[in-house]
Design a protein around this ligand. Structure first.
Ligand code: NAD
Ligand code: DAU
Length: 351
């Protein structure tokens, strides 16, 4: 493998930390620079196992700071960017859309501008934008999102990600910037901040707190093991076709309430509680504003063209995930202290 200097943004977050770990371990010839602002969602404890690797460097910084980003590109002369840094939680985007507009749209534009300004020979460069299936909107009971599905984002989060996808494609068409985009479904696994459904409910069951199910719990999501997402990014990065888009998904649709009942069942077993104990914590609460009904991803392009497919069955993945949270109490306690407490107390008060 030729040596490369790669900027990963958002590498201290959930998916980013799995991707950084994969690249640092698998490609000793690559220099991986992890740029992260360390918001509430970014945590260097996610990467302690590789923090001293000779091909890894962490830089704390904000992608919204255009001058800083420009200087970083000039100093490091990156060959490629894998851009994951984002505000990523839909509920927070409903409460504070401007943070999402700044980081997800302006931050992405700053990275594109810095790449455009510093990449003179474009032949071996790549700007890889990691995006979401939420840009496609909401499905009824039939059909799946394909790469050609029209964009129809409905939350401030998904609208900000759709904007950033459009900007990335515009820089390809207008300036010839070598780009690729992938749009992935809901990830689950270790090191996810416990505000998203799966880690929040594991955390609440452990602490005998109520499980706030939005609406009737009938919304459907497609769930993918986070390490399979990282592997998909690896495959797309290395077999890249410039200008393409790939959907990534688990072929693993679950109605929220059914998924929650699986979590409850496994948690009862792991915590040696009587069967049915955790389900009693389920509390139906006011629905999320503009709650998308169903996401389903057709990932056949990625499978047929590049040979990727999910590796893990959901039943195995959810058990591994629960085990990780139960065995990493210190991590959970650290990330759920301070600002997290305030945020959740406010959320619950509103209902
Ligand atoms: P996350 O919230 O866990 O991590 C985001 C990271 O970005 C954090 O480490 C945070 O500190 C950093 N960050 C935020 N603002 C920044 C800024 N202004 N400058 C620099 N760093 C900043 O998110 P995630 O779930 O790991 O998602 C990563 C990417 O993948 C996002 O772009 C998201 O839209 C996309 N995605 C997520 C999922 C999912 O299910 N979680 C699915 C599909 C796509
Ligand atoms: O589809 C990909 C997207 O998946 C990513 O782009 C986002 O970054 C990621 O956060 C995720 O978005 P969702 O909104 O689907 O994930 P979340 O875990 O917040 O919610 C999953 C479902 O569970 C959704 O239908 C809302 C519901 N839910 C969520 C929470 C946090 C509840 O019923 N109760 C809750 O407390």
């Amino acid at each position: 493998m030729n040596s490369k200097s790669i900027l990963v943004t958002g590498g201290a977050g959930f998916i980013g930390s799995h991707l950084v770990r994969l690249f640092v371990n698998k490609y000793p010839n690559y220099n991986i620079v992890n740029l992260d602002k360390l918001t509430y969602a970014g945590n260097l404890a996610n990467l302690t196992d590789i923090e001293n690797a000779p091909n890894y460097e962490f830089i704390k910084g904000d992608i919204v700071d255009a001058d800083f980003i420009h200087q970083l590109f000039q100093k490091y002369q990156f060959d490629a960017v894998i851009h994951l840094a984002a505000e990523s939680h839909v509920d927070r985007s409903i409460a504070s859309p401007m943070d999402f507009i700044m980081t997800n749209i302006v931050g992405t534009a700053n990275l594109l501008n810095a790449a455009k300004a510093t990449w003179t020979d474009l032949s071996s460069k790549l700007f890889y934008h990691v995006s979401t299936d939420e840009v496609y909107g909401s499905l009824g009971s039939e059909g799946m999102f394909e790469e050609t599905t029209s964009y129809d984002p409905r939350s401030p989060y998904s609208a900000s990600k759709a904007s950033s996808d459009h900007l990335v494609r515009a820089y390809f068409h207008t300036y010839g910037l070598p780009i690729v985009i992938s749009n992935c479904s809901n990830n689950y696994g270790s090191h996810q901040f416990p505000e998203k459904l799966i880690p929040l409910f594991i955390h609440n069951i452990k602490n005998n707190k109520s499980l706030p199910v939005y609406g009737k719990g009938e919304n459907i999501r497609d769930w993918l093991w986070v390490e399979d997402h990282a592997r998909a990014i690896d495959v797309i990065f290395h077999q890249v076709k410039i200008g393409e888009t790939y959907n990534i998904g688990g072929h693993n649709e679950w109605k929220n309430i059914d998924l929650i009942k699986v979590i409850c069942k496994v948690m009862d077993k792991k915590l040696n509680r009587e069967a049915g104990t955790s389900e009693k914590l389920i509390t139906y609460v006011k629905d999320r504003a503009g709650h998308d009904m169903r996401y389903a991803i057709d990932a056949s392009k990625l499978q047929n063209e590049l040979g990727w497919k999910p590796s893990l069955q959901f039943e195995e993945g959810i058990e591994k995930t629960i085990d990780w949270y139960l065995n990493n109490e210190e991590w959970l306690n650290n990330v759920t202290s301070g600002a997290y407490q305030n945020y959740y107390e406010q959320q619950y008060e509103k209902r």
